[in-house]
Design a protein around this ligand. Structure first.
Ligand code: G3P
Length: 217
């Protein structure tokens, strides 16, 4: 499974990327707004830091404008993936961009039917928003399971990118449900390593090591 960061905070991106286990990154217009940095500079900086796909969203209503924006975005860096909304205009734009080999990510996916549309349109990724489904008292992880089943039934190539991740449990549950990628906010990423028993175990090992009087080298 691939780990993407869901962030536009360059300092945080650099900090976590230095771990050597980040495979890509996603942005959205709300995260761009939060970054308060000129758009092009921000995207270029992120794309040179991250050695993997970086999703950047179009913000047009009509498919023709989405295609224009998508082409422009894809020229900004070779690892750009063009994010398109799950609307009929977004589906049309996805078909056009796929024809010219621009990588795409169909976002704001809340049902298996929508995920089928994304696959039929040739999307590279589909982004089910599992946290927002949970917020609405629905089951976000169940949607990942459904999409995985449908995609395997028909051998669709589109990758399932679990988004709107709120907890480390969302990360593991998405992996179990068959997501290809999980895009993780930096705050949630930081919690992945935590477990009480790890802390307790390490404390005991350290104290026993001290008592042993031994040395490595
Ligand atoms: O990148 C899209 C997605 O991850 C949004 O998450 O927390 O705003 O629902 P959230």
């Amino acid at each position: 499974m691939d780990f993407f960061l869901d962030s536009t905070d360059l300092e945080e991106i650099k900090r976590l990327n230095s771990l050597g286990i980040i495979d890509g990154l996603t942005t959205n217009p709300s995260l761009i707004y939060k970054a308060k940095t000129p758009f092009e500079k921000l995207i270029r900086n992120i794309c040179s830091e991250i050695n993997g796909p970086v999703s950047v969203e179009t913000v047009a209503e009509k498919s023709s404008q989405m295609v224009e924006q998508g082409i422009k975005l894809s020229k900004m860096a070779k690892n750009i993936v063009v994010k398109l909304p799950m609307t009929w205009e977004g589906v049309k734009a996805c078909v056009e961009l796929s024809k010219i080999n621009v990588h795409t990510n169909v976002t704001l996916c809340f049902s298996a039917a929508q995920a089928i549309l994304a696959a039929k349109a040739g999307a590279t990724y589909v982004s089910p928003f599992i946290g927002r489904l949970d917020d609405a008292n629905l089951d976000g992880v169940e949607l990942i399971r459904e999409i995985k089943k449908v995609y395997s039934n028909f051998n669709y190539d589109t990758k399932i990118l679990a988004a709107s991740i709120r907890t480390k449990n969302h990360v593991s549950q998405s992996a179990i449900a068959g997501a290809d990628v999980v895009t993780i906010p930096t705050k949630v990423f930081d919690t992945l390593v935590n477990h009480n028993l790890t802390d307790q175990g390490l404390e005991i090992f350290n104290s026993d090591w001290k008592k042993s009087g031994q040395k490595i080298l």
